[in-house]
Design a protein around this ligand. Structure first.
Ligand SMILES: [Zn+2]
Length: 301
């Protein structure tokens, strides 16, 4: 949770149209890191480092460092014509997303669906998938050897960059990414709700966070007109990494789509089903999809 004192500073910088200052980012994270460190023993984050990061990444966790590419954030704000509200909400989301990954390592200590999904999101499952004698394996091997040949990389380097690319391609359906997105945004919204003064800047930022939350919920799902069914991102992900057996470990799983949907509904409400990438109904899909557009329109006026 962000304290009201820090949240007041975030709102003040937004009111002045300033991208969150490095000082404020450090203040937010130091407090959050300290809370998180209490949960973790050895994996706790120690420092915040401002440095350039590859591709579109604006922050990431590397060992005990939380890295933030501050110049890229400023560049996004200046060049891509994001509103100050969009950029602040996106930045807060990115920072708290990384903190959620740190908390996820703690969640692995407990049994249950959260731990299962986080474990299945690990690269080692992707690696196991590649080692099977499948068509996918053959395609992967070919790509790895092409990389070795053209880029003069070792097998390990080629393999690692391939897995990295594959992960990026799957990103929208990697379970732990959706869980981190949803949990981070729910925590941020809660912090905002605790803040006593709801002026127009507060409202616009809060609305941006709501839009991001709805987008995170619906990300990875797609609707198929032919069958009138919504895709199940968890199933797609497990098939992609060759671990569809994982589905059978879920007590409410069924091979039959309708039964899988109904059993999931008995186990979890809509928000939780989306958080876990489980089946949802077409009308639920279009409802959430509409919400992403409604809130967006209101903010972008
Ligand atoms: Zn992530």
């Amino acid at each position: 949770m962000i304290s009201n004192d820090v949240l007041g500073k975030i709102l003040a910088e937004t009111r002045d149209e300033h991208v969150l200052s490095k000082d404020l980012i450090e203040k937010i994270l130091t407090k959050e890191m300290w809370n998180t460190s209490k949960l973790l023993d050895s994996n706790a984050l120690r420092t915040i480092v401002f440095k350039a990061l590859p591709g579109n990444t604006i922050c990431c966790v590397n060992k005990q460092e939380l890295c933030v590419d501050y110049d890229k954030i400023l560049q996004f704000y200046q060049e891509k014509y994001f509103s100050i509200y969009e950029i602040q909400a996106t930045l807060l989301h990115a920072l708290f997303h990384e903190m959620e990954h740190v908390k996820q390592t703690y969640k692995l200590k407990f049994e249950g669906i959260d731990a299962d999904l986080i474990r299945w999101s690990d690269f080692s499952y992707l690696r196991e998938g590649f080692q099977q004698e499948t068509k996918l394996h053959k395609i992967c091997s070919l790509k790895i050897f092409t990389r070795m040949f053209f880029h003069q990389l070792s097998y390990k380097e080629s393999y690692d960059t391939f897995v990295f690319d594959f992960y990026n391609k799957l990103y929208a359906i990697v379970p732990k990414e959706k869980i981190a997105n949803v949990d981070a945004l729910k925590l941020l919204k809660k912090s905002f709700e605790n803040y006593p003064y709801h002026d127009s800047v507060w409202k616009k930022l809060y609305q941006e966070l709501s839009t991001l939350l709805h987008k995170s919920f619906i990300n990875g799902y797609s609707y198929d007109y032919a069958t009138n069914q919504v895709s199940v991102p968890l199933k797609e992900y497990l098939v992609a990494i060759h671990h569809s057996d994982g589905l059978k470990e879920l007590p409410f799983y069924s091979e039959n789509y309708q039964e899988f949907l109904e059993r999931s509904e008995k186990a979890y409400n809509l928000e939780l089903r989306m958080r876990y990438s489980l089946p949802i109904r077409p009308e639920e899909y279009s409802h959430v999809k509409r919400l992403t557009k409604l809130t967006k329109g209101a903010v972008m006026k």
